[in-house]
Design a protein around this ligand. Sequence first.
Ligand code: M6R
Length: 590
Amino acid sequence: MCGIFGYVGNRKDAGRIVVRGIKSLEYRGYDSWGVARMIDGDIFIEKNVGKIGGVNPESFSELSSIAIAHTRWATHGGVTKENAHPHISCDKKISVVHNGIIENYQELREELKNKGHTFTSETDTEIICHMIAENLKTSKDLPEAVRITCQRFEGRYGFLIINTETNELIAARTGSPLIVGRGEDETFIASDIPAFMEHTKTVNYIDDGEMVITDGKETRFYEINSGKEIDKRNVEITLDIEEAKKGEYEHFMLKEIMDQKDTIARAVNQDEEQIQTIANAIRDAQGTFLSACGTAGKVCMASEYFFSVVAEKHVNFTPASEFPIYHHFLVPESLLIVVSQSGETADVLEAMKVAKSKRAKVLAVVNSEGSTIDREADYTLLINAGPERAVASTKAATGQMAVMLLVAYALADKLNEGRAVLLETASMINDMLNPRYMEHVSGIAENIKEEENVYIIGKSWNYPMALESAIKIQEVSYVHAEGFAGGELKHGPIALIQKGTPCIALIGNDETKMDTLSNTIELKARGAHIIGVAPENNEVFDEWIKVPDAETAQAIVNIIPIQVLAYYLAIKRGKDPDMPRNLAKSVTVK
Ligand code: M6R
């Protein structure tokens, strides 16, 4: 949450560079924005509420060779111009942008107020610049003041500062991502690589407890606690810049839904030995836990069924925010499997920390190579879906399910069979996502766009997909949607059904088909308008969305038309599907 980006180097349009770059981090938060530039030895700040997307980089072209920028997802303090970053010290000499939460900020704020500092915002961030200014009075130099300041913080931070005394960009990290981009005589530091991808593909990853000082030419890395200088390896990244663009599509969400024509096959393309090693680790583990958040959590729930049906193996899902409570069950022989698109989700990192404190091993299934989760896990399986920019997770979710299903097949010693099922599914998805299909689903969205409630049911792996369908519809269209296990209806939720209530039934050609059809008939008997998502039509359906018969991969194909439905519901209700209100793509706070 929140994107930060800084530049220092030999170019003279630092403001323009950071504004252009921060736009590609807008997915991390978009309620306000701000830029600080050093021009002729003074810091100039411009900021406002609203999205950086609409800001013209050309109006930041004055001579400046160092600048920082921010796009905000509000945590402390409302969405106001005053609370937008950057913030600046009382003497106007140190300016900061920050991602994370300084948990002990109230105590530090009081301390600084007592020392005469004046606060102009309600944020936790503002203490950073005041405290560095305060510590500078008794430190030998600015880097030392930054180090001493960081040692007082509890919580998570990734921040960048500029100051009027040196032409240096200083960054520090504990808990929130920061990556350095190395150009020739210029350096970029950002929360994520797309900010500087057009300038360089050579990066250094900053780890927790580390800080960076750079004047563009020379870049030095230090441990925050000891002040010891550390060496960093240059890493060449392989991200394709075109993949991070919308191309012919109006929205990233639609592009990413359509990307699923080939992302399943890409996810399946895993190293055989690696998959087998992981299958063995699961077989040998004393208890395998799955943990993730949001959509990735629903992928884990579906995986419980994959492991059960395909490999007859019990694994146990817990939402990452709840996982620490389970620490009593962890032993060094336990295995934790985490799933994440961004690889930066704070609750998932916390779950990993808990597992590691018990010396358990961690396997990560992630999309973002080089992310913190990727680097901190003992084993990683990358899903290779390419950048996912829309807040709503689509291609990452289906790619994660494909990898988890493949692992379940490997565990059952049927890796080749698993690969065949998934490649066949990939080809059926390619056929399914044609213009007529999109038009059909768009028509169903048109029919239900004024409805206030939508309910979705499923059984087995279609149950987590019912929950995931609800997330998709809620987050982009703001229609109230809820998913249920079909069998649970008559234990309460059926009371919500009235004449015409849209209900979606997710069905596959498997042993659960007749049960879900019976539940659908019960809904119909109460007046529900039934939208069936199934390989075959049925007289109980008022509308039918045909999906291929994908056997064990049915969860993957069944969720795709719901992604399409959610997208069109958002469009028809006049909402922005890429940047829904109150949300951010990468949730780096607990
Ligand atoms: O980056 P992650 O996969 O760890 O993110 C987890 C959730 O925040 C994410 O899936 C969220 O629920 C999506 N907005 C849902 O579409």
